[in-house]
Design a protein around this ligand. Structure first.
Ligand code: MN
Length: 347
């Protein structure tokens, strides 16, 4: 039994009241979707279709999920990608009878979908685990930071509705386990007592965790292992303050025939060192440098992401970006910028 405070009987009643009359439902998550985002969308889609009965559910994501998430993505029968087909994506959102937004705290995280979500007349529900959610655009908000993942929060909500893990549709149960497993980095961080209860109940309900781990963590292309070796050998910088940072440039991406999603997990590796308390992975893209930050307890990833990288997130797991040329002129300026940010925050 969960004690997540945000799930009250009243809210569950409003949720059901809101879903009942809706025939078409849109489920939306954030740009550069990770396992938790895709898992949350797949789980909601499955539950709304198979448990709550014959809803026409479209999952709409700003960007396509990377290949390494294909196992989770394959659980979504109807997926639209905003960057690929902006008009169809906007139409699916605007014509929906209810809109679910999962795994994000600010609508700007939906990037190319933001305007359509704001304009949609249908009631909107937010289900998220990041601090300080934007509540104003939503009719109903489920927000809880003391859970591992959006998938865990969704698990607690859905099992309250259906009466337990055994009643969840199989794809829904699998997707929830996938999202929780990726957001906890396979039970390495953000694990609460309720997280382990969820895992245990899902296993009892028949979810194949071995298959999930194989598909999520041990099914990469060999290129990715070689790229990881190159990054750790040639690109890892360690500062006197106990921070590590790496820059994945377009040039290196080309050298290793990089595919989206293949650098997943790289940012965590330097934290294996006793002397490292903060790790930053910077990835060069066309008009920006994507930034991912992780820290050990006692050091704030969120602070440096907020102060220097236009971002935010969790205390020990945050993200952000540097726009080119608004924030920095180009990759050659990254070193000085990052080293200064580290000095300001950890010095
Ligand atoms: Mn998440």
């Amino acid at each position: 039994m969960t004690k997540a405070v945000c799930i009250t009987d009243e809210k569950l009643a409003s949720l059901k009241g809101l879903i009942d009359p809706a025939e078409n439902i849109a489920v939306i998550s954030h740009m550069n979707p990770d396992g938790d985002a895709v898992g949350a969308c797949a789980a909601m889609s499955s539950f709304l279709r198979e448990y709550l009965g014959k809803k026409d559910v479209t999952v709409v994501l700003p960007d396509a999920p990377g290949e390494p998430l294909s196992f989770v993505t394959s659980l979504i029968p109807k997926l639209m990608v905003g960057r690929r087909d902006p008009e169809a994506a906007a139409k699916a959102i605007e014509s929906a009878g209810a809109v679910f937004v999962v795994d994000l705290n600010r609508l700007e995280r939906t990037s190319v979908l933001e305007q359509a979500v704001r304009l949609a007349a249908a009631p909107k529900v937010l289900i998220d685990h990041h601090p300080g959610p934007e509540e104003e655009p939503f009719s109903l908000v489920f927000s809880e930071v003391n859970v591992s993942s959006a998938c865990e929060l969704i698990y607690h909500i859905l099992t309250r509705i259906c009466g337990g893990a055994a009643k969840l549709p199989a794809d829904c149960a699998t997707a929830l386990m996938c999202g929780m497993t990726t957001d906890t980095n396979n039970f390495a961080n953000s694990v609460f007592p309720s997280t382990l209860r969820m895992a245990s109940e899902l296993l009892e309900a028949g979810v194949d965790r071995d298959a999930i781990v194989l598909n999520l963590f041990n099914s990469y292309r060999t290129n990715r292992i070689r790229l990881m070796g190159h990054m750790l050998d040639k690109c890892l910088r360690i500062t006197p303050e106990g921070a590590a940072w790496m820059l994945l440039t377009k040039e290196i991406k080309q050298m290793f025939d990089f595919h989206d999603g293949e650098s997943e997990g790289f940012v965590n590796i330097p934290l294996a060192s006793k002397e490292i308390r903060l790790s930053i992975l910077l990835t060069e893209e066309d008009d920006r440098i994507r930034v991912s930050v992780r820290s050990k307890k006692g050091t704030s990833a969120r602070e440096i992401a907020g102060r220097f990288f236009n971002g935010g997130g969790h205390e020990n797991a945050s993200g952000g970006r540097l726009m080119i040329p608004a924030d920095i002129p180009g990759v050659s300026a990254v070193e000085a910028y990052v080293e200064n940010a580290i000095k300001q925050c950890l010095g």
